[in-house]
Ligand binder design. Structure first.
Ligand code: NAD
Length: 309
């Protein structure tokens, strides 16, 4: 039985952790990444990196047919909400066309796909908390819309081919290797501010809540979802406000910096929290890292990363 896997977006924050976990499980791993936001330095030496754009079907298909994986973990994406608003066409190309290309290529060799969608940008502010997967999405951004459209292709291709593909709707993922330079990822951003002595700005006066999930918990969920057919929220079911995240990190740093408070930006949600009961029942998965531990681990790891640079 082959134990080959492809990780698209394997040079990114979450994808690089998936690569490490698959190597530890004994998989031969090929990373497909165009390095648009990824970093080749994040890819473990035991994995092979193929630099290509998933929008290019022929190039993707050639790699998939050569590797003949049993599973494709599809994390490559245009993952920025702001960039999706600035250029919805490219967002659609990468997230919709790119995902269609991945399921098409997977079909040629019978590989199962695990697709990372979004829980945070899909359900909208009117949804009950915690939000279950059966809630009809009401995305506010092109990014949410493209992920939702891509989900439909993944599910339709799974139904028509009989190959099990899973959709994992992730909460707000945080952990080592997260870039502090995006517009999201407050844990990395705040850690960078603390490291550099800068004053952070807390939108919504620090009151918006999110469902923060530690990256190692996300990785174990993606591995558990491999070979399953279904749509699963992958988060914690716990709401934490931004001010609490800031205070935890500030106390890890031993700093007394006061944040600047500002109004919520247009399009930003006030609350987001996902019901993870289905993943518990069907995948036998549950998150194990409490937010306090996860934040401290992340703070220490990111600080080391910033100092190394
Ligand atoms: N970080 C989060 O909180 C979060 C939440 C919900 C969903 N997700 C999803 O999880 C996945 C991974 O997110 P991340 O935070 O690690 O982002 P990331 O930007 O660190 O990783 C994305 C990777 O995909 C690569 N990529 C982008 N466009 C590509 C293309 N056209 N062809 C090939 N490679 C391409 C990038 O170079 C990068 O390495 C994404 O699909 C994202 O939408 C992330």
């Amino acid at each position: 039985m082959s134990t080959r896997a492809i990780v698209t977006g394997g040079a990114g924050f979450i994808g690089s952790h998936v690569v490490d976990a698959l190597l530890a499980e004994g998989f031969e791993v090929t990373v497909v990444d165009d390095l648009s936001s990824g970093d080749a330095g994040r890819v473990a030496p035991g994995a092979e990196l193929r630099e290509l754009d998933i929008v290019e079907l022929a190039a993707l298909q050639a790699v998939v047919e050569e590797v003949r994986p049993t599973a494709i973990f599809h994390l490559a994406a245009q993952a920025s909400v702001v960039a999706s608003v600035e250029d919805p066409g490219r967002d659609c190309e990468v997230n919709v066309r790119g995902t269609l290309n991945v399921v098409e290529a997977a079909g040629r060799c019978g590989a199962s796909v695990v697709f990372t969608s979004t829980g945070g940008a899909l359900y909208g502010d009117e949804a009950p908390m915690p939000t279950g997967e059966d809630r009809i999405p009401a995305p506010l951004s092109p990014y949410g819309a493209s992920k939702w459209a891509a989900e439909a292709y993944v599910k339709t291709w799974s139904l028509s081919s009989g190959i099990p593909h899973a959709v994992c709707r992730l909460g707000n993922v945080y952990g080592p290797r997260q870039s502090p330079h995006g517009e999201a990822g407050v844990v990395a951003i705040f850690t960078h501010h603390l490291h550099s002595g800068l004053t952070p700005r807390l939108y919504g006066h620090g009151t918006p809540t999110r469902d923060y999930v530690y990256v190692a918990d996300v990785v174990s969920a993606l591995l558990a979802a491999c070979g399953k057919s279904g749509t699963y929220n992958i988060a914690t079911g716990v709401e934490t406000d931004v001010m609490t995240v800031w205070n935890e990190l500030r106390s890890a740093a031993g700093a007394d910096t006061q944040p600047e408070l500002a109004d919520l930006r247009p399009g930003e949600l006030q609350h987001s929290c996902l019901d993870v009961g289905l993943a518990e029942r069907e995948l036998g998965w549950r998150p194990v890292v409490p937010i306090g531990d996860g934040l401290r681990r992340t703070y220490e790891a990111l600080l080391e990363e910033f100092q190394r640079r």
